[in-house]
Structure formats: structure tokens, C-alpha cells
Design a protein around this ligand. Structure first.
Ligand code: BYC
Length: 325
């Protein structure tokens, strides 16, 4: 892990900082009205808003297949899943607002390219099998990450994660069911799902972020117990859980270096292509421009709805004022 970024402790009362850190060490939950160092607040705003953006942008690759789902049952399941992701995004934006920042500000950061969102959603969804593989691998990775975040020191984030993980579990099961069905289907179906696994495996491992030696935020977030496990620890856990699931449905993972180490009880895996990760995070992935343009268009097309809602709310307030006068 690299060194934590310098904290401007001079601007803050050292006694307040020590009391805050003692509460963290004691396993207490930090709530919105509690005092917190400015840096803690900023880190949470960054991480939670990026998480919310990921949920909202994450609706796009799957939303792309709603009109082409192969049966009514699959369509209903997919619509429900995409709707759940939208709900997760809105729920986490509410959590961000408890930190004293307006939702419109963090959304503006997404739309003008200042804020990040998960790299995984910059890959295209080329076949129906991608819907199964996203549920299995992408939601599977999200569960591994978010189950630990459910114990984060900031109360509103931790509570949001508990609720969200319940839905993510359902998403993962519906994805794995699609994968298992295709894997047991015709040779063409099996080839389609294997191709989807081949394309999504490495990007799913990248979801956990850079390796610990190259993760500038980890040390500080671990110290404040926002993160409770490092990027590499969670990635390893995901690999250990997923390798047997692939074998159970007769699929292979595209990594010739995968090997079980009986001493550590870990599935060792090959080198991640970090240059690809950095390119995608910088905005040069296969779908970055398309995803952002879709969100910008949604913002433009929805402007009249927001204006109408504000005008209606103002009219109601005026009515209430004159009734009270
Ligand atoms: N993609 O110091 P590091 C979902 C950035 S949605 C893009 O390790 P940190 C779902 C990182 O932001 C899943 N950027 O950072 C929805 C940082 O840049 P800045 C989303 C990444 O915060 C629909 C820089 O790299 N989940 O579940 O300690 C359908 C250095 O990284 C990525 C969350 O957001 C990435 N993959 O750790 C299905 C979970 N990785 O901001 C599913 C909450 C790193 O300093 N977030 N970066 O400029 C986290 O757990 C942590 O923020 C991360 C990164 C593990 C992602």
C-alpha cells in the first residue's frame, strides 16, 4: 500500500481528531451529525458518489438487452434487476447528501467527466449470455466488495450496503441461472456463454481496483475503517469463490495460470493487464464515450421534468403560505 495522502490536521482541533479516531478504533458507527475530519468526509463523498454513479451507469449495458430478452420470464427478471440498480444509485446519492453535498453537484461531476464510475460498465454487452455473466461475475464481485462495506464506519453507507447486498444476491442468482441454462444448452449456446465469460473475467477482477501496492486511497480508508479489506484481499476472495462455480457448470476461465495452492487455500491467478485498467479509467475504454453521452442526454431530456416538479413544489409552498396567513 502506498502512503496515505497528507491530512491537513493543522486546520482541525487535535483533540477532536483523537476523539474521532478513538471512536473508530472502538468500532463505533459515525453518523451524519457527528463531528468528522474534513478528509474523512471528502473521502466518503468521493467513494460513495462514485459508487452511486456506477449503479446508474451500470443500468446501461443491461438495459440494452431488455427488448431482446429471450422469454417473458427473462424480460421480467432483467427489468426488475435494472430497476433495482437505479434504486441503489438513488439510495446511495441520499447517503452522499448526508455528508452535506448536494446531489446535483455530484451528478455534475459525473457528467463533466470529473468523477469516476466502475470500469466494468465501459465494456459492451454483445450477446444475451452477457446478461447472465454480468449477474454472476459483476454482481458477484460487487457482493464480495459490498458485504465488507456493510461494516464500514460511516453508518448511512454501511446500512445502505446491507439492504443493497440483499438485492445483489438475487441478481447474482438470476445471472448464474442464465449461465447454467446456456452452459447446459446447445453447442452454440454453450459457446456463446463461454465467450461472454472470456470477455468479462478480467474486467471483473479489475473492479476491485488497483493492486494494494498501487492504491493511493487504501491506507487512509483502512485506517478509518471505511474499507475493512484491501483491494487484493477482496479480489482473491472473489477468485476463490468463483473458480468452483465455473467448474460446476462446465465453463473455463480464460487464465492459464489459474492454480490451486493447497498451502494458502487460494486459487492463484495470472497477471492483470493494468495498462488496460488505466486506459478504461482514464476514459478510453470501449464504451466510455457512449455511456457518458447517454447519461448527458438523459440529463438534457429530463430537464423539463425537474423544472415542472420544482414549479409544482413552489406552487404548493405558496398555497400553504397563503393558507397559514
Ligand atoms: N473503476 O486508491 P484506490 C455494482 C479508482 S456497481 C474505476 O484503490 P479506493 C453494480 C479510484 O476511484 C459497483 N475507477 O481507490 C451496478 C481511485 O481514483 P480517485 C461499484 C476505479 O477508493 C450495476 C483510483 O482508481 N462499487 O455493484 O480506495 C450492475 C485509485 O484506486 C476502480 C463501488 O463503487 C474501478 N474498478 O478503492 C451490477 C464500491 N478501482 O477517486 C453491479 C465502492 C479504483 O482517487 N467503492 N478506481 O480519482 C470501493 O470499494 C472502492 O472505491 C474501490 C476503489 C475498491 C472501487
Amino acid at each position: 500500500m502506498t502512503q496515505p495522502r497528507a491530512i491537513d490536521a493543522t486546520a482541525e482541533d487535535p483533540a477532536a481528531v483523537s476523539a474521532f479516531e478513538a471512536r473508530i478504533a472502538n468500532g463505533e458507527s459515525i453518523e451524519p451529525k457527528d463531528w468528522m475530519p474534513e478528509r474523512y468526509r471528502k473521502q466518503l463523498i468521493r467513494m460513495m458518489s462514485q459508487h452511486a454513479h456506477s449503479e446508474i451507469v451500470g443500468m446501461l449495458p443491461e438495459g440494452n438487452w431488455i427488448t431482446r430478452a429471450p422469454s417473458l420470464r427473462r424480460k421480467v427478471g432483467l427489468i426488475a434487476k435494472v430497476q433495482d440498480e437505479g434504486g441503489h444509485g438513488l439510495y446511495i446519492y441520499c447517503g452522499v447528501e448526508t455528508l452535506g453535498v448536494d446531489r446535483s453537484e455530484v451528478v455534475a461531476q459525473l457528467l463533466d467527466g470529473r468523477a469516476k464510475y466502475s470500469s466494468i460498465f465501459n465494456y459492451p454487452t454483445l450477446s444475451w449470455a452477457d446478461m447472465g455473466v454480468i449477474g454472476w461475475l459483476v454482481d458477484g464481485a460487487a457482493i464480495v466488495n459490498q458485504t465488507v462495506l456493510a461494516k464500514a464506519s460511516y453508518g448511512p453507507y454501511a446500512r445502505a450496503m446491507i439492504r443493497i447486498c440483499k438485492e445483489e444476491n438475487f441478481h447474482k442468482r438470476q445471472g448464474y441461472e442464465i449461465v447454467a441454462t446456456l452452459a447446459a444448452g446447445t453447442p452454440a449456446q454453450k459457446a456463446m456463454v463461454q465467450d461472454a465469460v472470456n470477455r468479462f473475467w478480467w474486467p471483473s477482477l479489475m473492479m476491485f481496483g488497483p493492486s494494494d501496492t498501487d492504491s493511493p486511497n487504501s491506507a487512509e480508508l483502512m485506517r478509518w475503517r471505511v474499507k475493512r479489506r484491501t483491494n487484493d484481499e477482496l479480489r482473491q476472495r472473489f477468485v476463490n469463490l468463483t473458480v468452483p462455480q465455473a467448474a460446476a457448470v462446465g465453463l473455463t476461465l480464460p487464465d492459464p495460470a489459474l492454480r490451486y495452492d493447497a498451502a494458502t487455500e487460494n486459487w492463484e491467478f495470472g497477471e492483470i493487464d493494468w495498462s488496460e485498467f488505466h486506459q478504461v479509467v482514464k476514459g478510453n475504454g470501449p464504451c466510455n464515450r457512449e455511456r457518458l453521452e447517454t447519461r448527458r442526454a438523459a440529463e438534457r431530456d429530463g430537464a423539463w421534468v425537474r423544472e415542472a416538479a420544482m414549479a409544482h413544489a413552489e406552487k404548493q409552498r405558496a398555497k400553504d403560505r397563503s393558507a397559514a396567513a
